[in-house]
Design a protein around this ligand. Structure first.
Ligand code: ATP
Ligand code: MG
Length: 590
């Protein structure tokens, strides 16, 4: 369904990336000083070398940014802690010196298992400052996924809370020979004599500990993927990625020094690190961090109280806000907001347009993956938005749609709006350097000089990319190829539908039929009448070939902890098949 184009704003010329075509044609190199005029510069360390922490913090010490508010942390109970760039620089030096004292040498793997606490952010950057490798784990993981990730990553140090340690780590700690030390951020050592205490170590630590002179290709971050399609993979990123983190945030999130920025993602997922820690600090903005989980009223209150100007969030949260309705939204003054963006899942056209109704600005969808390390395709502040499209590749990023033939050959599809695999030409600095211990799987991601994303998409005549679905989720019904996103978006246009997850269900005649799982907005009853109405609505909008043949209601859809609908689980349950790796599953109430 064509949703009208949202024309670029009147002040488009003021955007960081004001002229997309020109910037694309003039672009030469991500790591050169003139990668973007007026854009962030890459600063090498005084003795040479490149370090993400230096770029994010130390680099600002000789400028007025040093005493600016870098992070405002808001606790679950609304306690506020403020950190300037200088504060963070000293605290991260302290943490780096602790690692040094504990004999954790360059490249040692440091894991965190923490909620969004200040210690997590200090440890992430302090680890990089020490030249070690950081892996943030989502604190809601159970013991098994924690252990398996720490095992794969050969964790040498874990930073966590006393209660998480006791509940989720202590019982198996001895079985992980690589693990040299555990630091607890709370409690006392009489309780846990085999651990170190954050406050004691930090007090004795060196606030001037220098930044390690890491090289661009040194490993910096090990991130685990969301596990939407199968077992999570350990993705390797290097220090040079910072060149792309900062430039892509400058372009795609339009961050300016005067902004108050809120990235709602947890650092347990790549968004929460690339754009929830590194990029905003490199760009010298003020960011807020909320310790609490999603809550409609709380989020609106924080946006208002903190005068957030740039907000980067995810489709699931946006759909929840839509579900809660405009009456709640209208109780808050959100006039400070000037740019809003979304990532992680397809953003239904309905949600983009809702942004305009609710905030007088549309949501800007962008696409990337743990593997790409940074935003690849984006709707930009200075460009028209086609609701439902992920936007266009950032300057310097070459994308293509690749068609795979049955005989094993493949070629680039140039005709507009043809479905194929979304591929990228490798070479940008944040590109992953491998899946840890999975060399074969890594090699399989590349063919004929392209990185194959595993996602299906189409490209239109203006170069805008349209998400179709994951390769694994594509439905083949009576000779038609159907992407779940199109069907889900159509269902979402009905006033009763809050969320939809669509799968292909095997069928002896059609091969597969489209089946939809739907959650409803408050005030709608999941009965047969509504079911029939929705089936008719979908047929009218999508045509009989594409519309679902079956619709069932659910109270919730199974999602990953990063908020992605797990269609593979809907399918496995439908077919009575093994459910596979559920380590990242969040809500499971059916
Ligand atoms: P796994 O690889 O373990 O199955 P995952 O792919 O969900 O998990 P991530 O790297 O966190 O792990 O997510 C990247 C994926 O999220 C993309 O490949 C794509 O399928 C989806 N995605 C991200 N942004 C968008 C977007 N704007 N529109 C559509 N899909 C998106
Ligand atoms: Mg993936």
């Amino acid at each position: 369904m064509a949703v009208p184009i949202i024309k670029k704003p009147a002040n488009a010329a003021a955007a960081n990336l004001a002229d997309y075509q020109q910037c694309c044609s003039e672009f030469t190199d991500f790591c050169s000083d003139n990668a973007a005029s007026d854009g962030p510069q890459l600063k090498t360390l005084p003795g040479g070398g490149l370090n993400i922490c230096y770029q994010a913090l130390d680099n600002h010490l000789k400028s007025p940014v040093a005493d600016k508010l870098a992070i405002r942390w808001i606790s679950k109970n609304d306690e506020i802690l403020d950190y300037s760039y200088r504060d963070l620089c000293q605290l991260t030096s302290r943490f780096a010196s602790i690692l040094h004292t504990l004999n954790l040498s360059t490249g040692a793997r440091i894991f965190s298992l923490l909620g969004r606490r200040p210690e997590l952010y200090i440890a992430a950057l302090g680890t990089l400052k020490a030249g070690c490798v950081f892996t943030p784990l989502f604190s809601a993981f159970g013991p098994e996924p924690i252990q398996s990730r720490m095992d794969i990553g050969e964790a040498q140090l874990l930073l966590t809370t006393r209660s998480l340690y006791r509940k989720k780590v202590k019982s198996w700690r001895q079985s992980l020979p690589s693990l040299k030390a555990v630091i607890l951020i709370d409690g006392d050592l009489d309780d846990e004599p085999d651990c170190h205490l954050w406050s004691e170590l930090m007090q004795q630590a060196d606030p001037d500990f220098p930044c390690a002179e890491t090289q661009p290709e040194d490993m910096a971050l090990l991130h685990f993927t969301s596990g939407t399609t199968g077992q999570p993979k350990g993705v390797i990123h290097v220090h040079q990625a910072v060149a792309y983190h900062q430039l892509s945030a400058f372009w795609a999130l339009d961050l300016k020094p005067s902004d108050t920025y809120w990235c709602t993602a947890d650092p347990g997922w790549v968004t929460g690190t690339s754009y929830g820690i590194i990029a905003p600090l490199c760009l010298g903005v003020t960011m807020i961090i909320d310790e609490a989980e999603f809550d409609v009223e709380r989020w609106y209150r924080l946006l208002q109280q903190q005068q957030v100007t740039v907000w980067y969030t995810a489709p699931t949260a946006i759909r929840m806000l839509m579900k809660a309705g405009l009456a709640i939204r209208n109780q808050y003054d959100l006039s400070a907001l000037r740019f809003i963006a979304s990532v992680g899942e397809p953003l239904n056209p309905e949600a983009v347009v809702w942004g305009q109704t609710a905030f007088s600005i549309p949501f800007h969808d962008n696409w990337w993956q743990t593997e790409t390390g940074g935003i690849m395709i984006a709707n930009l502040a200075s460009q028209d938005i086609k609701p439902g499209s992920m936007g266009r590749p950032l300057p310097g990023i070459q994308a293509a749609i690749i068609g795979h033939q049955d005989d094993g050959t493949s070629q680039i599809i140039t005709a507009p709006m043809q479905v194929g695999e979304l591929a990228l030409k490798p070479g940008w600095p944040a590109m992953f350097r491998g899946y840890l211990h999975q060399e074969e799987k890594y090699r399989h991601c590349f063919a004929n000089g392209w990185y194959l994303s595993g996602d299906l998409a189409m490209c239109d005549e203006d170069g805008y990319y349209w998400f179709v679905g994951r390769k694994d989720d594509l439905i083949k019904s009576s000779g038609h190829l159907i992407g779940p996103f199109e069907v889900e978006s159509a269902l979402m246009e009905h006033e009763a539908v809050a969320e939809a997850g669509v799968i292909g269900k095997p069928d002896p005649v059609a091969g597969e039929i489209v089946k939809a799982f739907v959650t409803l907005k408050p005030g709608f009853t999941p009965d047969e009448t509504l079911q029939k109405t929705l089936l008719g609505f979908a047929r009218q909008h999508l045509g009989v070939a594409v519309a679902p043949k079956e619709i069932v209601f659910r109270r919730n859809l199974p999602k990953t902890r990063s908020g992605k609908i797990m269609r593979r689980l809907l399918k496995a349950r439908e077919l009575g098949l093994p459910e596979g790796d559920l380590s990242t599953l969040e809500s499971d109430e059916q």
